[in-house]
Design a protein around this ligand. Sequence first.
Ligand code: VGL
Ligand code: ZN
Length: 201
Amino acid sequence: MDAIRVSGRDALLIVDVQNDFLPGGALPVPAGDAVIPALNRYIALFVRHARPILATRDWHPQQHCSFRQQGGIWPPHCIAGSKGAEPAAQLALPPTAVIVSKATSAGQDAYSGFEGTVLAAQLRASGSARLFIGGLATDYCVLNTVTDALAQGFEVVLLLDAIRAVDLHAGDGRAAIAQMLEQGARPLRFDGLAPDASPQP
Ligand code: VGL
Ligand code: ZN
């Protein structure tokens, strides 16, 4: 199969790279910060190609149903407006990046960026048919976002060097990757991209 190169029908979708999911945060993903330098390389590439960059964020009210106090399985995290909900400081999101908030009402959780948002419409309006997807966490929000993207007819390139798993149960991340590839996502690492012919800065 041809090597992957960024084209005029691609968008970069960054999932939930927020302080609370990083080491030291409220719901830290092991080595979650390792996705940041990797994503910054993809961000620079998409900026150079003038293709859309979108970032989802978990944006929960204080009494969200996914929190333990409300009977959920998670510690409180990504409370709307809090420091923990902010994008990772080292993530080089351009000012043009589109931020998509999800799981914003107390009674509903959403692991997928497509759930209860206008993400699909926004992507289609920008002429994007293929999504390069990375972020946190492989076994929750990345998995569900990739599954929905494929179900909605988008092609998906899964950024293997820009995802990390919670691994609540050992092997969850590995199983999630297998599931996404089985569903039709194409795996990519940055060094596997076709040489970039676009102007370098
Ligand atoms: C996520 C657990 C709870 C995620 C969000 O972004 O993967 N995981 N809320
Ligand atoms: Zn959450």
